[in-house]
Design a protein around this ligand. Structure first.
Ligand code: TXA
Ligand code: MG
Length: 331
């Protein structure tokens, strides 16, 4: 897999975009940065190309993919009906980390929708994603550029690690500034509801909607990110409260030889065979670093990742969601 650093100079950028667009037009896959996580893109109007995404990720065929668009005019091709609230949300949050689930236009293939009557649409904000979409002059179907069930990539190196044997090109746009996947809002049921918490908070969205967003997940359409064991590292993980750490460590050291603790506070007392990984104090920075840190700790081959529980306020909702899923893996 070729990884091309973007933003070095205009002529190498131009050559990289040209190469990426020609691959996409030829029905090949290109990985690209977004402000949330890296995406694995295919021409959304070429079903053979979209099928390659599923093969590369080893993703089950019934999981829908998000369509990435460059401008709001592109919506009408994909969607059968655009509720007024879409324009309000788009005005406020697009381009950005928000995916909207809308009624799919009749022509949209089941491989995109996962056989449902709805479609997920997002207008990403990363300059490389925007430029690529504009030059490609079409829409890109793009899930996160990781193998199914694994942690989403937040740098080009992660993409190489995940997909180097199946994908030819990744545009390297640096480390993702948000680091967690987009917030997904379903606008196809009676009331808007959140399917996946993300960088754009429930409070921000509720403010635009003028009503409190429902977090009811009952009868939710298929969202692979909502499977309990999604986003999991290989190393077993446990979440414990800050007060319990010392006591639990004593016990766990009888069972595990090499433990790392992810904590927002620095080391208090010394334990042999325990490594302390200090994490950021605020939810934005914590979210940005979470996946990279889990990947890093996986490489270091600890036999347990112990994570200090995060605050329960709304600001931490998305990070807590990902952490709980990562820890839900039964090893
Ligand atoms: O931040 C993001 O959203 C990243 C970047 C690359 O845009 N993409 C991403 O895609 O996270 P993916 O496929 O890894 O996760 C998208 C989620 C999936 O869990 C999928 O099931 C859900 O969106 N989804 C897509 N279309 C849907 C639909 N019509 N109804 C319900 N869920 C849908
Ligand atoms: Mg994903």
């Amino acid at each position: 897999m070729k990884s091309i650093k973007m933003g070095k100079n205009p002529s190498s950028d131009a050559a990289a975009y040209k190469h990426a667009v020609s691959l996409l037009k030829a029905g090949e896959l290109v990985a690209f940065p977004t402000e949330t996580v890296y995406g694995l893109g295919a021409d959304a109007n070429n079903l053979m190309a979209v099928a390659k995404i599923f093969a590369a990720k080893q993703r089950p065929a019934n999981h829908p993919v998000i369509i990435h668009i460059a401008n709001i005019a592109a919506l009408s091709h994909w969607v059968s009906e655009i509720p007024e609230v879409v324009y309000q949300l788009a005005d406020k949050f697009w381009p950005g980390a928000l995916t909207l689930i809308l009624p799919a236009a009749d022509h949209v293939a089941p491989i995109i929708t996962g056989g449902q009557k709805t479609i997920g649409i997002r207008m990403p904000g990363h300059p490389v994603a925007r430029k690529l979409l504009t030059l490609f002059d079409g829409a890109l179907a793009a899930p996160s550029a990781n193998r199914f069930g694994r942690i989403s990539p937040t740098s080009a190196d992660h993409v190489v690690e995940e997909l180097s044997d199946t994908v030819d090109l990744v545009l390297d746009g640096g480390q993702c500034v948000l680091g967690l996947e987009s917030t997904i809002i379903d606008l196809t049921s009676d009331k808007p509801r959140i399917l996946r918490p993300g960088p754009i908070s429930i409070d921000q969205i509720s403010e635009v909607l003028g009503e409190t967003l429902s977090t009811n997940q009952n009868n939710a359409p298929r969202v692979s990110g909502s499977l309990p064991v999604h986003y999991a590292p290989q190393t077993p993980m446990k979440i414990i409260t800050a007060d319990e750490i010392e006591e639990k460590l004593q016990q766990l050291l009888e069972q595990y030889n090499n433990i790392v603790v992810m904590s927002r506070k620095p080391y208090t007392s010394y334990f042999p065979h325990v490594t302390w990984q200090v994490m950021p104090e605020n939810p934005q920075n914590y979210g940005q670093q979470l996946y990279a840190q889990l990947r890093n700790l996986d490489h270091l081959a600890f036999d347990l990742i112990l994570v200090e529980e995060l605050p329960h306020d709304n600001d931490w909702f998305a990070v807590r969601d990902r952490l709980n899923r990562a820890a839900a893996k039964v090893n």
